[in-house]
Write a protein that binds this ligand. Structure first.
Ligand code: G6P
Length: 616
């Protein structure tokens, strides 16, 4: 989604700002811009709709230079994605703002500001911020004081960076609902919406908290909290992720991230497995006491993370004997829900900043006793410094490392691992999971990274199979039991990056509708581990073949499904049925990747999608 970079230094900072924007490209955006204060004290702006590369090209012609500046990648929410709506937005020719988030009272503010004579040139909510700030600046004379006053009138979510030609010694920042981090240098300081943008200039960071306003100068940083009191925020050294911004030997981040899965699954397991049991304290010091009280689980998430939750429901009910509901956050947050007593509220999120998931958590926490409170909240998340983690009672961090490809891969499989650990922990503490079965699954989990490596070794087989899809417009994905959400995730991956329409069905539902669509132009992808549903699945496959449908089946090598006319089998390593959803996800990720490559799409940044959806 939108990205912010800012810098105040003694050297020319234009290249640093553009490099920062490039590092944020993975979040998804549709236009980009930069504003730099030149050495004669004039503020210059360059904006382009489209990619940062186009902004860079413009910069080669214009050669903006300066020591103070801000830059932005925009993902349109108010107003079309075009140059006029791209940030930075100006008030006059000396004040510039970039903004992530949404100002909810922008219409009322626009009306007031128009009445005061301000002229609006964009359709964005952001432009009200810069004019409001100008208004306050005229009143107070000092930019920092003006920003503090303006912030009080803004409702909604924002991360802001501000520069003014009148006060060229400072870069200002304000955070309310959109993350911001200050990068600390030697005689120079930086700002960004994600530390990844600044890894080329520093490894020391200071994270702003909700309501913070910061005045960043070359040699000092001053921060005021939500109550206007001066505060010191801890500075931290960041080592993780240096390698993540680099594709290495891989053609795309997505392929690199698919192949990282054995390693990151291993990392997610580290320190969390005892000899025969899950270490319950991995969920936090209070986890054992809390888990003993859990009688229900409510899972809320979006996108791929929601699919992880759907798999977990099968595990929680079957292995831990706990009723579980799973819902997408955008629905859950606006629904009147009846809370069962002793329900653990679980959010799953790669980023920890997804607006709907965060709102669902906040609503859940705000419930009163009369409405029925949740027992506690748990976040399964990949970003330790995210809002979701900070606001949850318990956390289990997945150790996937930064995920750059918009289509989630390694975050999903590590979420599944985290959810299986949760299932085992709940079953263990509540005494509903037989110790022998837990011990067996712990052994299986230890072997999982090796199994995942074996599945990835089928890379070239899957690449060959992808040719069946290159010219197709529609596909069906089938699975039964916990493989049904795996089929859903496979279909989501294919549509996200290859733009082929893909739908997933529980195989048993085939004859209740989708069979009508099946013909030679509609390949049907099926995941078929060797479990008690296999025989039923085989009959479903016959139903497809009888209608001339082409079958691609990822099947356990002992499943007894044979290659034949119109049936292509990919033999999978044998795995315990409980862990099969994790293993069978990998070939589906590879399949969508290779189909997208064949179709020549922008694999890492598919059209219209964003990595982290921080607005509603
Ligand atoms: C976006 C991303 C998806 C992701 C979803 C939820 O749609 O493109 O890959 O699954 O958001 O994101 P989260 O960070 O909450 O897991």
């Amino acid at each position: 989604m939108c990205g912010i970079v800012g810098a105040v230094a003694e050297r020319n900072i234009t290249a640093i700002l553009l490099e920062g924007l490039k590092r944020l490209e993975y979040r998804g955006y549709d236009s980009a811009g930069v504003a730099v204060l030149d050495n004669s004290g004039e503020l210059h702006r360059l904006r382009r709709s489209g990619k940062v590369a186009e902004l860079e090209q413009a910069q080669q012609q214009e050669q903006l230079t300066g020591r103070l500046g801000i830059a932005h990648t925009r993902w349109a929410t108010h107003g079309a994605p075009c140059e006029r709506n791209a940030h930075p937005h100006f008030s006059g020719d000396d004040l510039a703002v970039v903004h992530n988030g949404i100002i909810e009272n922008h219409e009322a503010l626009r009306k007031q500001l128009k009445a005061l004579g301000y002229v609006f040139v964009s359709d964005t909510d952001t432009e009200v911020i810069v004019h409001l700030l100008r208004h306050k600046l005229d009143e107070f004379g000092d930019l920092t004081v003006a920003l503090k006053a303006a912030a009080k009138e803004l409702h909604g979510a924002y991360g802001l960076a501000v520069v003014s030609a009148k006060q060229p010694d400072r870069l200002l920042a304000a955070r309310s609902g959109s993350p911001l981090v200050i990068g600390l240098g030697m005689g120079e300081n930086f700002l960004a919406s994600d530390q990844l943008a600044l890894r080329q200039v520093t490894d020391r960071f200071m994270y702003l908290e909700e309501g913070d306003i910061a005045e960043i100068r070359r040699d000092s940083v001053q921060i005021w909290d939500a109550n206007g009191q001066p505060v010191a925020r801890e500075s931290v050294q960041y080592h993780e992720g240096a390698e993540a911004a680099d594709k290495g030997e891989y053609r795309h981040f997505m392929l690199k991230e698919i192949h990282e899965q054995p390693k990151v699954v291993q990392r997610t397991l580290e320190g969390r497995l005892g000899d025969h049991q899950v270490l319950v304290q991995a969920f936090g010091p209070e986890a054992a006491e809390l888990f003993a009280k859990v009688r229900n689980v409510q899972i809320v998430a979006c996108g791929t993370s929601y699919h992880a939750g759907m798999v977990a429901r099968y595990w929680l009910e079957e292995l831990a004997g706990i009723p579980c509901q799973v819902e997408v956050a955008s629905e859950f947050r606006y629904r009147k829900v009846v809370v069962q007593p002793d329900t653990l509220f679980v959010t799953i999120s790669q980023s920890g900043e997804t607006a709907d998931s965060l709102a669902a958590l906040r609503n859940a926490k705000a419930r009163t006793d009369k409405e029925g409170r949740y027992l506690a909240s748990l976040a399964i998340c990949n970003v330790g410094i995210s809002s979701l983690v900070r606001e949850s009672d318990l956390t289990l961090l997945t150790q996937a490392g930064p995920e750059i490809g918009v289509a989630s891969t390694k975050a999903f499989t590590t979420q599944l691992v985290g959810l299986l650990l949760l299932t085992l922990a709940l079953g263990q503490v509540r005494g509903t999971l037989a110790p022998a079965l837990e011990a067996e699954l712990i052994d299986e989990l230890r072997r999982l990274p090796t199994r995942l490596g074996e599945a990835l070794a089928m890379d070239t087989t899957v690449e060959k199979i992808s040719e069946h899809f290159a010219e197709k417009h529609h596909t069906l994905f089938l699975g039964r039991g916990a493989q049904y959400p795996v089929a859903m995730e496979g279909a989501l991956k294919l549509k996200e990056i290859s733009y082929i329409h893909a739908e997933a069905y529980p195989a048993g539902e085939l004859k209740h509708g989708p069979l009508a669509l099946v013909d030679a132009d509609m390949p049907v992808v099926t995941v078929a581990p060797n479990n008690e549903l296999l025989e039923k699945l085989k009959s479903n496959l016959q139903e497809v073949r009888a209608r001339g449908g082409e079958l691609i089946v990822f099947a356990d090598r002992e499943a007894g499904i044979e290659n034949g006319e119109g049936t292509f089998i990919v033999s999978m390593p044998h795995i315990h049925d409980v862990l099969a959803p994790i293993l069978y996800t990998l070939p589906l990720q590879l399949l969508s990747y290779y189909v997208a490559v064949l179709r020549g799409t922008d694999v890492d940044q598919p059209r219209n999608l964003a990595k982290s959806v921080t607005v509603e």
